[in-house]
Design a protein around this ligand. Structure first.
Ligand code: SAH
Length: 499
């Protein structure tokens, strides 16, 4: 302990020369590395040491001595306290470079790809337009301020006390009117927010979704009770606050947990869902093809949060898939079938796999609504469904594997789903399970399209696929989450010709 260069609370001057994966500034002093919170590449700052280690330390910015040329004034007054946007002080242009570098560096460091092999296949990041006010979903915790008035906002640090803020700049401007209507109704009717410590009170969270296509809004109030007292007043006030509300529901969560939503949702006014459509771009992403897919979204469905960028992300995945209308395609981790339905129009047959049963129910419903009859959906883990299907005796009949539990056996003798032409995967942050990757290799499709929200697990999985006989053809980051450190990536792999 005693031989560390710095001790806790020491102050030191450091020039920031790099940005870490979480957006922290990185600087070096005599070979010693400092990770400095709230410092940007190009800044010189006075940093306070928080946690000293042998060769590095965590620190925070005490004072900016000379600011980086990439610094901008964050438009959100609470950006530092909230922590949801780690990059608001960085110019958007520089943020996009940070995201490209993050993906490239992970592919090099974790995936073992060389800079030379990446250079010709790495396509420029697709920036978000707009890069504020893009989110179609907001979830606000409800609590009390010091005077006991109900407030909506975000949690301060890792605590459960709420900093009031009804207008997150990433979200819809109308959200604050809805929240204010709900808070005013609580005040007027004396309906208390839920208190985690005593597990009393009623209102826990408010979830708001909006549709890019129709501007319709869905409001779901999450409550610690079977009914919402003064329901009619809430409905009236919400409808008066915003024109396009088309669905108001309650979700019942009486458990003392961090899980936000409970199992029961009841519509108390209007429709159960809102609808949205995702338009298909040409492969250059320069114009729309005129085709689109429409989706019904319920309060709990997984749906991409940046609808402007989702259109580009899925259109890229579709163009990478290189479909001609005849292909057998698997879409693993398919959610409510968003990508599957995008692919179905250009494929022979699409099989979607997803672990959440409600999402599969939505996927089937969405297929019907769009008149798509060549997509089938299976509930289960990709790493279980795929090997069971592949190892089953009979070809092309999912009814003989356990995958059948949610699909009607479909007679599709022309499509050999054990040897598909294309497999698309879009896993959660932890990436694909090894059993899933192994089965993909055994199925040996011509092309694999990998959509990823975490470039570290992506890099690990790409290495396995490349060692198993595939070559990386294209990599393109897409900015789905502007002003945060998260970045989405689409990759194309193709099977190497046997030697
Ligand atoms: N492709 C969809 C969903 C992507 S999010 C879209 O773009 O909307 C990842 C999805 O994988 C989630 O819906 C999650 O429920 C699902 N999932 C997580 N683990 C899984 C597993 N082991 N097998 C199958 N699906 C899984």
């Amino acid at each position: 302990m005693g031989d560390f260069i710095y001790k806790k609370n020491d102050l030191t001057t450091v020039s920031i020369t790099d940005l870490g994966n979480d957006g922290e500034g990185i600087g070096r002093v005599d070979g010693y590395t400092l990770f400095v919170k709230d410092a940007l590449i190009g800044d010189t700052v006075e940093a306070r040491i928080l946690k000293p280690k042998k060769s590095y330390a965590y620190a925070k910015t005490e004072r900016i001595i000379s600011p980086s040329e990439h610094r901008v004034v964050p438009p959100c007054p609470v950006s530092r306290q909230c922590g949801g946007c780690q990059l608001q002080s960085l110019s958007y242009e520089r943020e996009l470079r940070f995201k490209e570098d993050k993906v490239r560096n992970n592919l090099i460091r974790i995936g073992g790809f060389s800079p030379e092999e990446l250079e010709p296949i790495f396509e420029p990041i697709v920036g978000s337009d707009p890069n504020y006010r893009y989110r179609n979903k907001a979830l606000y915790p409800i609590g009390k301020d010091k005077e006991g008035n109900p407030v909506a906002g975000f949690y301060a640090g890792r605590t459960h006390s709420i900093i009031p803020c009804e207008d997150c700049l990433l979200g819809d401007e109308r959200n604050k009117n809805i929240l204010n209507a709900i808070l005013a109704t609580m005040q007027e009717k004396n309906i208390p927010p839920y208190d985690e410590e005593t597990q009393t009170g009623i209102i826990r969270h408010v979830l708001i979704r909006s549709s890019r296509e129709s501007s319709e809004m869905l409001v779901c109030i999450i409550i610690n009770s079977d009914t919402l007292p003064s329901e009619a007043s809430f409905i009236d006030n919400i409808r008066r606050a915003v024109e396009n509300v088309s669905s108001i529901s309650i979700n019942i969560n009486k458990k003392n947990t961090n899980v936000v939503m409970g199992d029961t949702t009841k519509t108390i006014w209007g429709n159960d869902t809102i609808s949205d459509s995702i338009r298909i771009y040409n492969s250059e992403l320069s114009e729309f093809t005129g085709k689109s897919i429409s989706y019904h979204i319920s309060p709990r469905s997984f749906y991409q949060v940046n609808p402007y960028q989702t259109e580009k992300l899925y259109s890229l995945a579709l163009s990478y898939a290189g479909l001609t209308g005849k292909e057998a395609v698997w879409d693993l981790y398919c959610g409510i079938g968003t990508i599957s339905l995008f692919l179905a129009g250009n494929a022979g047959k699409v099989y979607g796999v997803e672990i959440v049963p409600e999402a599969i129910a939505d996927a089937k419903e969405n297929a019907k609504r769009n008149g798509i009859d060549n997509a089938e959906f299976f509930t289960g883990k990709a790493e279980e469904i795929l090997p069971e299907f592949y190892d089953a005796e009979t070809h092309s009949d999912p009814s003989l594997s356990s995958a059948s539990n949610s699909g009607s056996p479909h007679n599709s003798p022309n499509y050999d789903m054990k040897s598909p032409d294309v497999i698309v995967v879009d896993p959660p942050r932890k990436g694909c399970d090894e059993a899933c990757l192994e089965t993909m290799l055994r199925m040996s499709p011509n092309r694999i399209v990998y959509v990823s929200c975490d470039s570290a697990s992506l890099a690990r999985d790409l290495r396995i696929l490349c060692d198993g006989g595939y070559s990386l053809q294209k990599v393109r980051p897409v900015d789905q989450f502007s002003h945060t450190v998260h970045v989405e990536t689409v990759c194309l792999l193709s099977r190497k010709a046997p030697v």
